[in-house]
Each structure stands twice: as structure tokens, then as C-alpha cells.
Design a protein around this ligand. Structure first.
Ligand code: NCD
Length: 300
């Protein structure tokens, strides 16, 4: 994976995924294992959209590797407010850092940035497009909790605008997984994603009611309705709060069901789920550090 950009989960073969997850597992046992390996390396953090987990875990990962980060800061404090283009911004920051992590509201922005710079670009979310590093930590969490054999995964919520779903669904086609997509009709998978999944021969089923499938699932991946991506706030209001799981609903599920969420959650997982053995979303968020350490270590 040396020197490659990471722009989309579609780039990741099963071999790539296993390499990152194995390295992450070794690091999770001993975060000091590669201490100092990347001294003098700087990672540029370019976040044009809000972020807590992705940005802080990249920051933590790079520092634990012995390197450091430089942060563009919020868009309000950068030259973007003066009208600078993305291409110019990344061409400047490439002169300051050995790799760039980019989050941007436009789909395709990471691909575009990669065409203007020579250092590796890591896509940390491009609009409703892709979020491949989230996918790697999601896969790590799935492997730890459910394994990849004969697996049934449900993805619920905003499948239209949810980039974590678009990435994860694609990556799961590398494994023996049946995928169930659960959403209101207006938030079903985009045609392009469905087309790609069909192209891989993946088994996918679509549902509007989680109760129909919850019993059959090993993993339920819940997502937030992506309010900021709705062109019309009224359309958001029509679906807001429609999908919510709680401890009572999970009584119908198998004991081993793993409930995941990329976070932040709004109201789609009731707090009473946190107390159940199903809740895995905080562990999932914590896995972001060893997984991003492994990825940076391999890419740099
Ligand atoms: C996700 C994202 O930014 O796409 N957050 C994250 O990186 N953990 C999910 C979301 O914002 O709903």
C-alpha cells in the first residue's frame, strides 16, 4: 500500500483489508510497538467539515507512531473563506506535510485533491461519497465481534447520503456476507452504489422495517440521518426520528447481535441499548486509533 492514496473502499482488496486489520490487532495489544517509527513525519489534517472521532483518532494515531500533525483548522480560520480553491489549498499543504487527510462536503473531492499533489491523500469523507478509513475500523470491529464467516449484516438509516454505508457495503463484498439494507423508501441506496454492489455479485436485500430482519442478523449497523445533506429541510423532517432501535426491539434479536454505529448518534439508538451486551459503538470508535496507526504505518 506504500505511497498509494486511499480514496475509496473500492480500492481495498481482501488482502489489503486483512493486512491492515492484522497490523491493527498487533498494535491494539501494544500501542508502543511502533513508537518512534515515524519521527519527523508530519500528517496534514484538512477538515472542511465537522469531525470529532476521525480527526482526533488520526491525530492520536500519528502521534503514537512518533510523528506529528499539522491542522488546517476550521474553514472559518483558513484561507478557504477568502475564496481559495481546494486544489490550491492542498498544493500548499503538501509542501508542509508527508501525507494529507481530507474531509470535504463535495463527493469526489479526495480524488480531485489526489490529482494535484504527490503525497498520499487519505479520504476522511467526501460528501455522500466514501469514508474508507471508517470502513477499516468497522471491519476490524466486525471481525473482533462476529468474524467474517457466513455473516448477515443489516445497515439501517440513511443509506442514500450515508458515506460510511457506501464504503462498508462495498468492502463487505470481499467476504462471505449477506447484506440487508433497511431504510425509508426515500433514503434507499443510491442507484450507483446498488449497481456497483450488483456488479460484484453481492447478495443484497432491501427492507423498510427493521423488525422484519433483526432476528436473522449478526451485525446491525445503525446510521444517523444526514441532515446536512438534504437539499430541503422539509424532506428531512419527513424522515427524522422514523428509525430508532431500543432495548425492547433488541429482545427479538439473537443474543450475539452486534450493534454498531459510526457515531455521532442523534436519536436512532435509544440510551437503554447502551446497557445491553449488543452495544459495540464506543468500542468501535476506540478502534479508530490502532486501525489508523496501522494504515498510516503501511502507507507512509
Ligand atoms: C460519520 C461521517 O462523518 O460520515 N462520522 C464519522 O466519521 N464517525 C458518520 C456521520 O457523520 O453520521
Amino acid at each position: 500500500m506504500r505511497h498509494d492514496h486511499l480514496l475509496s473502499a473500492k480500492q481495498l482488496s481482501r488482502g489489503d483489508i486483512e493486512t491492515v486489520l492484522d497490523r491493527a490487532a498487533a498494535l491494539a495489544d501494544d500501542l508502543g510497538a511502533v513508537a518512534g517509527a515515524h519521527v519527523d513525519r508530519l500528517l496534514g489534517l484538512c477538515f472542511f467539515e465537522p469531525s470529532t472521532r476521525t480527526k482526533m483518532s488520526f491525530d492520536a494515531a500519528m502521534k503514537r507512531l512518533g510523528g506529528d500533525t499539522i491542522d488546517m483548522g476550521g474553514i472559518d480560520s483558513s484561507s478557504v473563506t477568502k475564496g481559495e480553491s481546494l486544489a490550491d489549498t492542498v498544493r500548499v499543504i503538501e509542501g508542509y506535510a508527508d501525507a494529507l487527510v481530507l474531509r470535504h462536503p463535495s463527493e469526489g473531492s479526495a480524488q480531485l485533491a489526489s490529482e494535484f499533489v504527490d503525497v498520499p491523500v487519505i479520504n476522511a469523507g467526501d460528501g455522500a461519497g466514501q469514508h474508507p478509513t471508517q470502513t477499516l475500523l468497522d471491519l476490524y470491529t466486525i471481525r473482533e465481534n462476529a468474524g467474517f464467516e457466513d455473516l448477515s449484516v443489516g445497515m439501517m438509516g440513511d443509506l442514500k447520503y450515508g458515506r460510511t454505508v457506501h464504503s462498508l457495503a462495498h468492502a463487505l463484498t470481499n467476504f462471505d456476507v449477506s447484506q440487508h439494507f433497511i431504510s425509508p423508501e426515500s433514503l434507499q441506496l443510491p442507484r450507483s452504489v446498488r449497481y456497483d454492489l450488483h456488479g460484484t455479485g453481492a447478495q443484497i436485500r432491501e427492507h423498510t422495517d427493521v423488525e422484519e430482519v433483526v432476528e436473522a442478523l449478526d451485525v446491525l449497523y445503525v446510521t444517523r440521518i444526514q441532515r446536512e445533506r438534504f437539499p430541503d429541510e422539509n424532506e428531512y423532517r419527513k424522515v427524522a426520528g422514523e428509525y430508532r432501535i431500543d432495548a425492547e426491539l433488541l429482545e427479538r434479536a439473537g443474543d450475539d447481535l452486534t450493534v454498531m454505529h459510526p457515531l455521532p448518534r442523534v436519536d436512532e439508538i435509544a440510551p437503554d441499548v447502551d446497557e445491553t451486551d449488543h452495544a459495540t459503538y464506543f468500542q468501535q470508535a476506540h478502534n479508530g486509533v490502532p486501525v489508523r496507526m496501522a494504515l498510516l504505518d503501511l502507507m507512509l
